[in-house]
Design a protein around this ligand. Structure first.
Ligand code: ADP
Ligand code: TRP
Length: 325
């Protein structure tokens, strides 16, 4: 079984990324051949600051490695070190119906947020992005793709494109399956919406202690006093996040709220402390790794070499099938 996933270097990684994509991927690295990459080509559709991209790329590598990605088991690389991704994307884009991309929610949502006449500010990369994502996945004959629910439609697009290419040019690509864990399909953010870098509602995995505490203590809740019982405690965002960190402790906090005599301030404080201790070993490991960036660059370079071997084989197969050889 080959497992593949990618994360964009477009900002600091958060609990949504961790539970939706990173933790499932780290757990899967023992069950097959794992291929995890930093999607820096993708980040170009939304981020145009070169220095920031470089910094976020190293940060994503550090975050992955700190949280348990083992380079002895999993291949980790920078997407742009394997330019076969973009070449395959061209082969795929020529058989991708416009309508398939026009139906993508992520693109439609971006456009819907624009005012009248602002469509000119949408770049073609944002529209074509699911084709590059299909290339990322198909290039490695991936069977399983661990992602959060927001990526489900992109996986369906990938499958459609692969089936169409196979139909036109003959059996070439493996058809991948998404792997979406229902319990963490959509991790809520501080405001109750999906936690996302673009909504400014995240709890960063490796943020500064004071700032993180301030963010968590600042989560807005209703005006019920600590004494009042809260029969709807299961809907509380902090209770939901707590349960992701530890199901039992989360359920205990929920019961405390439900019973009354337990206020939101105490809940938030308990959550912050639990969160901070939960990531403490990873934080220590991350600091060690960050002290030696050359070693991290070496891991990425080795990963790119290993990824290239597979990528070249698949691309050659696709070029042969389509008469480009
Ligand atoms: P963001 O929305 O913060 O920009 P990305 O789109 O870079 O996050 O997502 C990287 C991975 O993390 C994807 O697999 C995505 O599905 C997953 N993910 C992101 N946010 C969440 C969330 N709130 N809940 C579950 N999974 C998430
Ligand atoms: N589109 C994904 C996201 O924004 C990132 C990504 C790019 C990806 N290529 C991929 C995820 C291939 C899984 C497989 O989160």
């Amino acid at each position: 079984m080959r497992i593949l996933t990618g994360i964009q270097p477009s900002g600091a990684l958060h609990l949504g990324n961790y539970f939706g994509a990173m933790l499932p991927a780290i757990q899967l690295q023992n069950q097959g051949e794992a291929f995890y990459f930093i999607a820096n080509y993708h980040s170009m559709t939304s981020l145009t600051d070169a220095d920031l991209r470089r910094r976020f790329t190293l940060d994503v590598a550090l975050d992955w490695l700190a949280c348990g990605l083992d380079p002895a088991k999993a291949v980790i690389w920078r997407q742009s070190d394997v330019p076969e991704h973009t070449e395959l994307a061209w082969l795929l884009t020529t058989i991708t119906p416009m309508g398939l991309l026009e139906r993508c929610h992520s693109f439609k949502d971006k456009v819907a947020k624009l005012g009248d006449g602002e469509i000119g500010s949408v770049n073609h990369g944002l529209f074509a992005y699911p084709v590059l994502m299909a290339a990322d996945i198909l290039l490695y004959d991936s069977n399983v793709v661990p992602v959060g629910k927001d990526q489900k439609q992109h996986l369906e697009v990938t499958r459609d494109i692969a089936l169409k290419f196979n139909h036109i040019y003959g059996e070439t690509f493996v058809i991948p399956e998404p792997r979406i864990q229902e319990s963490v399909a959509v991790v809520p953010g501080l405001d109750g919406q999906k936690m996302s870098k673009s909504y400014n509602n995240t709890i960063e995995l490796f943020g500064d202690e004071k700032a993180t505490k301030k963010k968590i203590m600042g989560i807005v809740m209703d005006s019920r006093t600590p004494e009042e019982p809260k029969p709807d405690a299961e809907k509380n965002v902090v209770v939901q996040l707590f349960k992701l960190l530890n199901a039992e402790e989360g359920a205990r906090q929920e019961e405390l709220l439900r019973a009354g005599g337990y206020g939101y301030g105490s809940l938030k404080k308990a959550f912050f402390e639990y969160f901070w201790n939960y990531f403490a070993p990873y934080r220590a490991r991350r600091a060690e790794l960050a002290a030696d960036p050359a070693a991290v660059q070496k891991i990425l370079a080795d990963g790119a070499q290993r990824a290239t071997v597979i990528a070249r084989q698949t691309l050659a197969r696709a070029k042969k099938a389509s008469g480009l050889d």
